[in-house]
Design a protein around this ligand. Structure first.
Ligand code: PLP
Length: 378
């Protein structure tokens, strides 16, 4: 059975096609003037001084970690409820991820658990704006300030979100976005780091292009170990075009989330993960609880068989074999593990129609009303 309704997907229109087509006929295919334009628009949109666009969200995380000076022997504290690259981007630099636990209802990094995880080696705090909901940035910022740590926000889910009417991108020392097709806007692949710090901006820019600093005429100097993590002008043209519809995308996501909230209100054994008014609503996640606890695989399979692309975000990062080899053990973050056992992401993207959403809700109702399968009761 093919997936008729995925959990997320891009929204591409004629203006996007025209923008990319024009860029394709210009003098620049790799990084050129469109990248700079995109960066300026992005920084302005989020209230940051600087933006550096990179080839992916993962590249952007690595650039932020490198610019923050993360290196061998350093630790950074992050959430296990995230995509692996939040942690692996630091591993590539020789730093060690330390997983703190999450709030059992929201899946967001718990500042008190972060504080308990601090050591002499801790250099950075890396919260994740899970599902597009802003992390507890106020508490984390004051913890970072008190302990002299760098705050690097993995906001890959949260472009367009705001906290107390401040757009994300202007709060942490570094804010990282992804432009993968399921995210708020897309450039195919792509990402960016936002910062207010001019020196950090230079380090991020150098990291993206081989650590190079330009000199006079033919001269250039390689100052640090960088990579080729550039975004192309084709992608930046798409990003600029998409950015014009960001508010439209986010308001449709918020509307769909409100509609799910209403449709699912009062269901026994089903608790939506609560968002905030300023959320970018990247994901709509429900937890199967009470009589439905332990039925996640059954519900997942039944919906997938009906063509609904439900998904699970995320297996706690340290439960993957790579991290087991690095010494992380089951039981490390009990809240994150319990949260993972209960969650299911329902389809949510700007192009999802009201009637498709209704179909998802009806199917979910039918599956949950059926007697639990033998397998789930075991
Ligand atoms: C998507 C994502 C990333 C990685 O972004 P890519 O653009 O796919 O490299 C990192 N962290 C989180 C939380 C993400 O959702």
């Amino acid at each position: 059975m093919t997936t008729r309704i995925p959990y997320g997907r891009q929204s591409i229109d004629d203006s996007d096609v025209r923008a990319v087509s024009e860029a394709l006929s210009s003098d620049w295919l790799t990084q050129g003037p469109k990248v700079g334009e995109f960066e300026e628009a992005l920084a302005a949109c989020c209230g940051a001084r600087h933006a550096v666009a990179l080839s992916s969200g993962t590249a952007a995380l690595m650039a932020a970690y490198a610019a923050a000076g993360l290196k061998e022997g350093d630790e950074f504290i992050t959430s296990p409820i995230t995509f692996t690259s939040t942690a692996t981007a630091g591993l590539w630099l020789g730093a060690r991820p330390v997983f703190a636990d999450v709030d059992p209802k929201t899946g967001l990094l718990d500042p008190a658990s972060c504080e308990r995880s601090l050591t002499r080696r801790t250099k950075a705090l890396v919260p994740v704006d899970y599902a597009g909901h802003p992390a507890d940035l106020e508490a984390l910022r004051s913890l970072a300030k008190k302990k002299g740590l760098i705050l690097i926000e993995d906001a890959c889910h949260a472009l367009g979100a705001s906290l107390d009417s401040r757009r994300l991108g202007s709060i942490s020392d570094y804010t990282v976005f992804s432009f993968h097709p399921v995210k708020s806007i897309t450039t195919g692949e792509g990402g960016a780091v936002l910062t207010d710090d001019a020196r950090a901006f230079e380090r991020l820019s150098r990291f993206r292009t081989h650590g190079i600093s330009k000199g006079e005429d033919w001269e250039y100097s390689v100052l640090d170990m960088g990579l080729n993590y550039r975004l192309t002008d084709l992608q930046a043209a798409l990003g600029l075009s998409q950015l014009r519809r960001l508010d439209q995308f986010i308001s449709r996501r918020r509307e769909l989330a409100r509609r799910y909230d209403e449709a699912l209100r009062g269901w026994e054994g089903l608790e939506p993960v609560p968002g905030t008014p300023g959320s970018a609503w990247h994901l709509y996640v429900v937890r199967l609880t009470g009589p439905n606890a332990g039925r996640r695989r059954e519900v997942f399979r039944a919906l997938r068989e009906a063509g609904i692309g439900v998904q699970v975000h995320y297996i706690p990062v340290y439960r993957h074999p790579l991290y087991r080899k690095l010494g992380f053990k089951k039981g490390l973050c009990p809240n994150a593990e319990a949260f993972y056992e209960s969650i299911l992401s329902l389809p949510l993207y700007p192009g999802l129609t009201d009637s498709q959403q209704g179909e998802v809700v009806n199917l979910l109702r039918r599956v949950l009303a059926a007697a639990p399968a033998e397998e789930a009761r075991r």
